[in-house]
Design a protein around this ligand. Structure first.
Ligand code: KIV
Length: 275
């Protein structure tokens, strides 16, 4: 059954947690959906995990639109979230709206996530007023390049709670809180009727999101404090490729069972043709 924003609102109302995963391609998305995950996000963290950049900033709208459409093909039933890259929103409200529309048309997404501060409320409102559901992304905003926990002082916590409320008043249908103090995330989640997704903002939000490379332990470098790996697929992957390489070098792979053969009698014909 198709997961919609209403499905998630209902889950919130009934106190049922939902699960989201950030992933970037057709094959992974199929595996994620098979695990029963309700929400897929095609995050701009693709800049780091797929393209090897050291921040999310360089990833283009073209690239995000293409991979988002690929993930949609894999998961017609899940709620699909597009992630507005920096390039897509850096030139103001008109450009942001145009790119949000592109995600809806080309990517077939249900909602567009946009990193936002106080100064973005009007832009967010204009996208929502054009009929496009928006999930403002508050707290740590990777497009700023700062990865320090947010809302850890009463003053900043007040600002985040106020901003969340303003986003709701502007018509936001969901909210994502990244790296925000648990206490603050809890207040926002309890206060607003819309589903609030935590990315490292504690267990009191309505849903959780992690990036697939962390869930699977695909990276070797440092991971954020909030992240957790649930299997060492990175190790399994390296071991599998090493075994493949060993078998090639030792002449074990490919064996005859992994070869195609000429039809009966054709080899003999070929031999004659050669002479
Ligand atoms: O880019 C991303 O994957 C994200 C999630 C981690 C929230 O924004």
């Amino acid at each position: 059954m198709k997961v919609t924003i209403s499905t998630l609102r209902q889950a919130k109302a009934q106190g049922r947690k939902f699960v989201a995963v950030s992933c970037y391609d057709y094959t992974s998305a199929k595996l994620v959906a098979a695990a029963g995950v309700e929400v897929l996000l095609v995050g701009d963290s693709a800049a780091q995990f797929m393209l090897g950049f050291d921040s999310t900033l360089p990833v283009t709208m073209d690239f995000m639109a293409a991979i988002t459409a690929a993930v949609r093909k894999a998961v017609p039933e899940q709620l699909l979230v597009a992630d507005m890259p920096y390039e897509g929103c850096k030139n103001g409200a008109d450009e942001t709206l145009k790119n949000a529309e592109r995600f809806i048309k080309q990517g077939g997404v249900d909602i567009v996530k946009i990193e936002a501060t106080e100064s973005d409320v009007e832009t967010i409102k204009s996208v929502i007023d054009a009929g496009i559901p928006v999930m403002p992304h508050l707290g740590i905003r990777p497009q700023t390049g700062k990865y320090k926990a947010e809302g850890t002082t009463a003053e900043i916590a007040t600002e985040i709670i106020k901003l969340a409320d303003e986003m709701y008043q502007a018509g936001a249908q969901m909210l994502l809180l990244e790296g925000t103090a648990r206490e603050v995330a809890k207040i926002i989640t309890q206060k607003l009727p819309i589903p609030v997704i935590s990315c490292g903002s504690g267990p009191d939000c309505d849903g959780q999101v992690l990036v697939l490379p962390d869930i699977l332990k695909l990276r070797n470098g440092p991971v954020p404090k909030f992240s957790k790996s649930f299997a060492d697929v990175g190790k399994a992957c390296t071991e599998a490729v090493a075994l493949y390489a060993k078998e090639v070098r030792q002449g074990i792979y490919p064996d005859d069972a992994h070869c195609y053969h000429m039809k009966a009698g054709e080899y003999e014909k070929l031999e004659k043709l050669k002479t």
